[in-house]
Design a protein around this ligand. Structure first.
Ligand SMILES: *Cc1c(COP(=O)(O)O)cnc(C)c1O
Length: 494
């Protein structure tokens, strides 16, 4: 199966090439030329499998240049007991008659990014081998908090790779920052950027398209690659848990095959919810795709009006991993909505770059609205939702709360009471400060001590690796202006 650029369909690559490059040279995102489907029979056989087996099976449908044995081996390594603290890997928890929560944070960094970033390094190193690549891959990451840590955890000391992470100086939580600056591994680098996430992401994109840097690095034996969710190797492992959750609901007898399930996903870069759309496209009976934003509600407006307009104030919120005004993966959705019209996608992306705004055609808007519902939660809504779910015996983080709130709004507005799953994308222990306040506790000053405080108050055990942050050595303290990121990279790859 070949992968095409969303901006030029004549550019076609194998899966290994697409994963190795991350982003197409023309700035487009790689997308499979066709989508495989899952029959009822296949879905039923997936029900009897472990998460690891489901992952190998679903991914194998897309990665025909990888063997089943390879993928099975990758899945065992990525989702095994050394990495995940539950054998279910992505367990479902019932939180109401018709409502389940899909917990995606049982991996090593306690955020859903692990679901993909434990798999990507294995896909990438295999791709280097398959394409005969001898240079070292340098992974550049711009992070709104969780990707950076999860990517370093996945790539630490992986041969033939180096990884450099940029995060917005004042745009991540204390725990997120501490997780990153204490990262171990000989091949990792971390630097904060004076600016917000979009500044960091723009800097990385600029470096990627800089021909001089590219040539210089080539001389030094490096090439640049991406672990951001624009890489197909990030999106594909995420399709798996939407399939898996549907199987688990069947196994529990909550649904029969063919019953619709609505999914609500707390969204930033549009990667996670796009993976859910792809699961639907493969034949999983997904009903409405509910796109939940915080008060950076550019996607809510887009879904409601068909106008994407990033010219608006940027808000720093208590759900920082969703503080994004340019959702990169939306480009893949535009490719879908336009009937794979690469010229139209290129046009929208040019307008976005030049004016910060574009408006899709009436036909595309109709299709968009038939698939998606968009809503957002304010800071007060987010806190109130944590408080309310905690009163019912469930402790959730700030991002998950956004999803729970928007799902409730969707149901109230439409009366659609179909079985629904909302995604839980981070452990509450990554955002102790705001979670403590929401459950009526005054957070202590020290950010690591808050972990023990939340444990004592809630009686819910903290992930072992977060508790272990206490007393870890800080390895990285570099700060850069956003227009100096090039120098940081060139120094890192001396
Ligand atoms: C990254 C992240 C999101 C947003 O996911 P996208 O794929 O960027 O839409 C939501 N919640 C948490 C905790 C995250 O780390």
């Amino acid at each position: 199966m070949k992968y095409l650029s969303t901006r030029d369909k004549t550019l076609r690559f194998t899966a290994a090439e697409a994963i190795k490059m991350g982003l197409s040279r023309d700035g487009g995102l790689f997308t499979p030329e066709t989508f495989p489907t899952l029959t009822e029979e296949e879905m039923k056989s997936l029900c009897a499998m472990t998460y690891q087996q489901r992952a190998a099976y679903v991914m194998g449908k897309y990665l025909d240049d990888f063997t089943a044995e390879e993928l099975g081996d990758f899945a065992e390594k990525a989702y095994g007991p050394e990495k995940f603290d539950t054998p279910a890997v992505a367990p479902l928890r019932q939180v109401g008659g018709q409502t389940w929560c899909l917990e995606l944070w049982h991996g090593p960094t306690s955020a859903f990014k692990d679901m993909a970033l434990q798999m990507l390094p294995q896909l990438l190193t295999a791709s280097l081998r398959k394409t005969g690549e001898e240079k070292t891959a340098c992974i550049l990451v711009a992070t709104s908090g969780d990707t950076g840590k999860a990517a370093m955890e996945g790539f630490a000391d992986v041969p033939q790779t180096k990884i450099m992470v940029f995060y917005p100086k004042d745009g991540v939580s204390e725990i997120q920052k501490l997780q990153m600056v204490t990262q171990e591994g000989q091949n990792v680098g971390v630097c904060s950027v004076v600016g917000n996430f979009d500044d960091a992401q723009n800097g990385v994109k600029r470096i990627f398209s800089d021909v001089e840097i590219r040539e210089e690095l080539e001389k030094r034996g490096y090439f640049l690659s991406s672990a951001n969710s624009i890489n197909w190797g990030r999106i594909l492992p995420q399709v798996v848990y939407y399939v898996s959750a549907y199987c688990d609901l069947m196994n529990q007898g909550a649904i029969a095959f063919g019953d619709k399930v609505n999914y609500c996903v707390p969204t930033g870069n549009f990667g996670n919810i796009l993976a859910c759309y792809y699961a639907k496209k493969m034949g999983v009976p997904v009903g409405k795709l509910i796109c939940a934003s915080n008060c950076n509600d550019v996607l809510t407006d887009f879904i409601r009006t068909g106008v994407y307009d990033r010219n608006r104030p940027f808000h720093t919120t208590m759900s920082p991993s969703m503080d994004i005004l340019i959702s990169s993966n939306l480009e893949r959705m535009l490719f879908e909505l336009s009937g794979e019209d690469d010229g139209a996608v290129r046009g929208y992306m040019d307008q976005l770059k030049e004016t910060g705004r574009y408006e899709i055609s009436a036909e595309m808007k109709e299709k968009l609205q038939s698939l998606f519902y968009g809503g957002f939660a304010t800071e007060e809504d987010t806190t109130a939702t944590i408080t309310a779910l905690y009163a019912d015996g469930y402790l959730i983080d700030t991002h998950t709360a956004v999803a729970a709130k928007v799902l409730a709004d969707y149901r109230a507005e439409t009366g659609d009471d179909t079985v629904a799953v909302f995604a839980s994308t981070a452990s509450p222990y990554k955002f102790c400060d705001n979670v403590l306040k929401a459950i009526g506790e005054e957070p202590v000053t020290d950010s690591v001590a808050r972990i023990a405080q939340l444990e004592a108050a809630s009686g819910v055990k903290a992930p072992v690796r977060l508790s272990a942050l206490k007393g870890k050595t800080v390895r990285f303290d570099a700060v850069t202006e956003k227009d100096q990121m090039e120098c940081v990279v060139l120094n890192f790859l001396k």
